[in-house]
Design a protein around this ligand. Sequence first.
Ligand code: SAH
Ligand code: SF4
Length: 374
Amino acid sequence: MAYRSVYDLGAVRSEFEKTGISSRFIAHVWKYAIQNPNIEIDFDGVPSLPSAAYPLLRSKFRSSTSTLDSISESDDNVTSKLLIRLQDGAFVEAVVMRYDTRLGRYAGKPRPGGPRSTLCISSQVGCKMGCKFCATGSMGFKRNLSSGEIVEQLVHASRISHIRNVVFMGMGEPLNNYAALIEAVQIMTGFPFQLSPKRITISTVGIIHALNKLQDDLPNVNLAVSLHAPVQDIRCQIMPAARAFPLEKLMDTLVSYQRNSKQKIFIEYIMLDGVNDEEQQAHQLGKLLQTLEVVVNLIPFNPIGITNQFRTSNKQNVQMFQSILRSFYGIRTTIRKQMGQDISGACGQLVVNIPPKGSVSSADLITDIEDLRI
Ligand code: SAH
Ligand code: SF4
């Protein structure tokens, strides 16, 4: 029998309601579950629940429906890739980036209480958006994660590092799993996790109808949009989903999103040699973004093995792109750093081909996103 995760809030709440138990007890169960990794089945130790809650929890829920199958550490110990096995045998990956980007008087010194980390998490097994440069896209769509399965990635990661930021840049398109995304973020920002919404970033290809709702459902979270091209035809070539979500409409959506949120929007732009990295395209991008308040992250393409269709742009082109955006259009533009190339699991290029234990490949570190939180 399949059990629900105790972090599947809607499911726990409705079971509690049926039995006349107040939902205010749920967060207490979570607090206990986080502190006691071994309870799994037996909720008996959770203090002060109404007596009917114990058999109910035991019969229908587990404090963890997923298990941490393996951890791959990068050589520099900055990046850890968590391979997580879900209840039905599917795997997802989450990446912990322990990179202390503090400036000022603590720069370079160990942080009291250990480093604060950024966790990159998955929202789906596979993805149906089919972006041509993305390993996850090549898997096709397998299934959505439940809110509990999303939150469990944070629970697993919190056991190895103090997580300060969460970015939805792992496997899957978070806005295609909307209800679970909203519930998971609401759990993460409430007791006992208490992450600041300002430290949560949702990265999307731009699912227009979902973006129109996101603001009301999750005010104050950060939005990152995977734009990757300044014009519709290039976008369609590399991102088939762009046909359903035309660039012009997407830009209108972002303008009204920003009008309401008053927050800057992060724009992700993967640098592909000869595809979207020419001078003219930098100007097109600058003009396109001029009316918005954005930070552009230029992302070197990580080769993904399944295709040799793309190469990353050379350094000069990336720098040229950055300086055009900065100097002609005044757009804050960062170049994504790549680190921990020795372990598999760059955010956004995750594909789970279960590796033989101990075998590892590449990861990149999104310190640019982390930098912006400081
Ligand atoms: N589906 C969402 C979130 C996951 S992908 C999205 O597309 O935004 C997270 C980021 O990684 C996206 O910006 C994505 O375009 C990028 N990415 C995907 N494949 C990549 C690759 N091979 N190299 C570098 N970045 C990649
Ligand atoms: Fe899906 Fe994002 Fe990969 Fe595109 S880049 S296939 S949306 S995970």
